[in-house]
Design a protein around this ligand. Structure first.
Ligand SMILES: NC(=O)C1=CN([C@@H]2O[C@H](COP(=O)(O)OP(=O)(O)OC[C@H]3O[C@@H](n4cnc5c(N)ncnc54)[C@H](O)[C@@H]3O)[C@@H](O)[C@H]2O)C=CC1
Ligand SMILES: O=C(O)C1=N[C@H](C(=O)O)C[C@H](O)C1
Length: 266
């Protein structure tokens, strides 16, 4: 199998560290550089926790892509940095695999247009865990029969964006198969602002942030005298890595942007 040259943005983060380890243990993956906020010009092997893993560190994405010429960028940073890195990657002919969340519909449209203009593959996956992708698919199936639904997402308390990318994607998939509707009593009033959560196309989304959690979501459907709950839990970040590997391999054969692993996992 041809070796895939990879740059990771955010290598020192919780997800970035897992991704570095994935690339290290995958025979046909090669870590050719990293993009970090610190240590420009240094070697990753000199950073705590990366002993023996040699890769040049860049703070400037464009310079990184020009100098190390990767096939794929894996971005696991922040919404602001992720959007910037994905755009620069596409301009430089590098295929982005973006796990970073907090992208708006507008961001995705803009990056899709750029990928099509450059005729290059890109993947934006709000959740790389196979179980989470199935949860979203099952929720979309259930919404045809149960149009009343609320989403509760629960994450660790260091998460920057709310709602989670997974909750937004779940709401988008549900909204694609059910007519728009306002749920609950038409005269319902919040006596404490925010009590009914945020809404996406009438679907309430509630975000819980607590220490000890990793990534969890419940999609609760209500019908006449019955309820259906679909729940997924990621207990550690290893759960995301088979999806990252699949995305890196798949993006090499794409010529457009794919938003969501449900388009890749049959
Ligand atoms: N798609 C998926 O399956 C998953 C996605 N995520 C998303 O991945 C992202 C990262 O999550 P965590 O690793 O938990 O966060 P983290 O806070 O542990 O790591 C983020 C890293 O990005 C780095 N960073 C920030 N700005 C940067 C820049 N301009 N250039 C280079 N590096 C920069 C930070 O220094 C930090 O090391 C978040 O958006 C999160 O929502 C997290 C888990 C799974
Ligand atoms: O920040 C996280 O941790 C996670 N972010 C993603 C999201 O926003 O959906 C994926 C997963 O839920 C973990």
């Amino acid at each position: 199998m041809k070796t895939i040259r990879i740059v990771i943005a955010g290598p020192r983060g919780r997800m970035g560290r897992e991704a570095v380890s994935l690339v290290q243990k995958t025979d046909h993956f090669q870590l050719v550089g990293v993009i970090d906020r610190k240590n420009d010009g240094g070697d990753l092997a000199d950073v705590e926790g990366f002993s023996g893993i040699h890769a040049p560190i860049y703070t400037d994405a464009a310079r990184c892509f020009e100098e190390v010429k990767p096939d794929v960028l894996i971005d696991l940073t922040t919404p602001e940095a992720g959007k910037k890195h994905a755009e620069i990657a596409l301009h430089c002919g590098v295929r982005p695999v973006v796990g970073t969340t907090g992208f708006t519909d507008e961001d995705i449209k803009r990056l899709t247009a750029l990928a099509e203009e450059k005729e290059i593959g890109a993947i934006i996956a709000p959740n790389f865990a196979v179980g989470a992708v199935l949860m979203m698919k099952f929720a979309q199936m259930a919404a045809k029969y149960f149009p009343d639904v609320e989403i509760i997402e629960l994450h660790h308390d260091q998460k920057l964006d709310a709602p989670s990318g997974t909750a937004l994607k779940t709401a988008q998939l549900i909204s694609a198969v059910r007519p728009s509707k306002k749920q609950g009593h038409p005269d319902e009033k919040e006596t404490l602002a925010g009590a009914r959560g945020a809404t996406y196309d009438g679907i309430p989304i509630h975000s819980v942030r607590l220490p000890g959690l990793v990534a969890h979501q419940e999609v609760i459907f209500g019908g006449n005298g019955q309820s259906l709950t679909i729940r997924h839990d990621s207990f550690h970040r290893g759960s995301f890595m088979s999806g990252v590997k699949l995305s890196v391999e798949t993006v090499m054969h794409l010529h457009t942007l794919v938003y969501g692993l449900e388009h890749i996992i049959e």
